[in-house]
Design a protein around this ligand. Structure first.
Ligand code: PEP
Ligand code: CO
Length: 448
């Protein structure tokens, strides 16, 4: 049962999944208190702006693009890696604005995406039983007993790396990084070498013409083109950490998680009677809920009643991730049930997590065609059900990694070893991400 009165720690009274076992409870407590004493990373005003934008997307006026690493790594907290991620999200959003004729709500899986749920607690490496890697804020990736032991100091490091990353993103955006005239933004690098480039180039040229055209009429200045809104998100998994960044806002009396603008509940932790749903019901941020192929319509409606009793628009984003072959079977019932319940939700699709395959004796990958296929089926089912898909969620990076197969460069599983960087799930690389944006525009036939 959920507590009669919510507090930032009432989740502790409910069963909880996917939390690490820390060997030193005192050290954990002291570290959490230290983080609690530090400033928030984002402000309630920014969180409310995002909520209004998601409300507008729910009405079909905007499209939500959410993307970033599966698991951020501390070693990737570098200027060029962060800038490349912002740039690919920006380029995708410009392509989508052009194709869908709608403003895009940009949400990074960034500046805090450091904790991972795992299907197995234990991993066997060279005959040795080790705790699974659970993200840089919990333990280390190297497969040794010392590195895999959960260390509280990593929580502090996660807070610090989030703050550094967010500070750099803010300085990039304030400094005009997103200015659409900035040549850096339209240097599409390697995609120009691919056979698909002539088709894409036509679209890019049209976008550049449109910008010039708007400017001729004085409607848009370079300055406003450079100032975009960008929001951060991560999975709200490690509730001890999330609690430290949960702050009450004196003017509204509401509690916000000020470690990110938006947080989501993962597929493995969304139990109706569980600690995560309890924690999330008390924060005022927009909340995402991941829904896998076993999601039950009646359970989902009950979760929505608990998380959004006032049926506030912009509060809930449903993120479906069934796998390309299961969309037609699972999605229609969920759409029907949510519609019947009267809940306002923003339906988005994560075409990554249901489409994992293992190759080369254990390497995880995803096929570009499966990712596109899940998106296409999801668009189509929404149209058939008189509903609207208003966003998409990707694991991607702005660098030339080789983690997912397919796409314009036609990567196959023999290419994966070349630049396989991820510590967790495979991400779309720079070219594959751009291609996804062009492909969604073609699917807009499904847009109502
Ligand atoms: C993720 O988004 O990285 C993730 C673990 O997703 P899910 O909860 O949908 O499996
Ligand atoms: Co993932």
């Amino acid at each position: 049962m959920h507590s009669p009165k919510w507090t930032p720690e009432s989740w502790k009274n409910l069963p909880i999944r996917q939390q690490p076992d820390y060997p030193d409870a005192d050290e954990l407590q002291q570290t959490l208190e230290k983080i609690h004493s530090y400033p928030a990373l984002v402000s309630p005003g920014e969180v409310e702006n995002l909520r209004k934008q998601i409300a507008s997307a729910t009405r079909g006026e905007r499209f939500i693009l959410q993307g970033g690493d599966c698991a951020e790594r501390f070693i990737d907290c570098r200027e060029n890696i962060i800038a490349n991620k912002i740039r690919i999200l920006l380029q995708m959003s410009v392509i989508l604005t052009h194709g869908l004729r709608k403003p895009i709500v940009r949400i990074g899986r960034i500046a805090g995406q450091y904790a991972k749920p795992r299907s197995q607690n234990i991993e066997e490496v060279h005959g040795q039983q080790l705790c699974s890697y659970r993200g840089d804020c919990i333990n280390g990736f190297p497969a040794t007993p010392a590195s895999r032991t959960p260390q509280p100091q990593r929580l502090l490091s996660a807070y610090n790396h989030s703050a550094i990353t967010l500070n750099y993103i803010r300085s990039l955006i304030d400094g005009g990084f997103a200015d659409l005239h900035h040549p850096y933004n339209w240097n599409l690098h390697s995609i120009e070498q691919t056979a698909k480039w002539p088709e894409y180039k036509r679209i890019v040229d049209r976008i550049l013409e449109a910008i010039e055209f708007m400017e001729m009429f004085g409607g848009v200045s370079s300055e406003s083109l450079g100032r975009i809104e960008f929001y951060t998100s991560h999975e709200g998994l490690l509730l001890g950490y999330e609690q430290t960044l949960t702050r009450s806002d004196e003017s509204s009396g509401k509690y916000y998680n000020l470690g990110a603008h938006m947080l989501w509940i993962g597929e493995r932790t969304r139990q109706l009677e569980g600690a995560h749903v309890e924690y999330f019901r008390g924060i005022a941020n927009p909340v995402g809920i991941k829904l896998g192929p076993t999601a039950q319509a009646n359970e989902l409606c009950k979760i929505l009643d608990v998380l959004n009793p006032e049926n506030e628009a912009g509060r809930i984003m449903l993120i479906t991730r069934f796998g390309a072959g299961k969309v037609n079977e699972v999605l229609p019932n969920l759409i029907k049930a949510v519609k019947k319940s009267g809940h306002h939700v923003a339906w988005t699709c994560d075409p990554m997590h249901g489409n994992m395959v293992t190759v080369n004796g254990g390497q995880k990958t995803r096929k570009f065609e499966d990712i596109l296929s899940e998106l296409q089926h999801t668009f189509t089912v929404h149209r058939q059900e008189d509903s609207t898909l208003v966003g998409a969620h990707f694991e991607l990076t702005g660098d030339e990694v080789t983690e997912c197969t397919g796409g314009a460069l036609n990567l196959d599983h023999h290419d994966l070893h070349r630049n396989y960087e991820t510590y967790c799930d495979p991400r779309l690389n720079y070219i594959q991400s751009l291609e996804i944006a062009f492909a969604i525009n073609k699917m807009k036939v499904g847009w109502r």
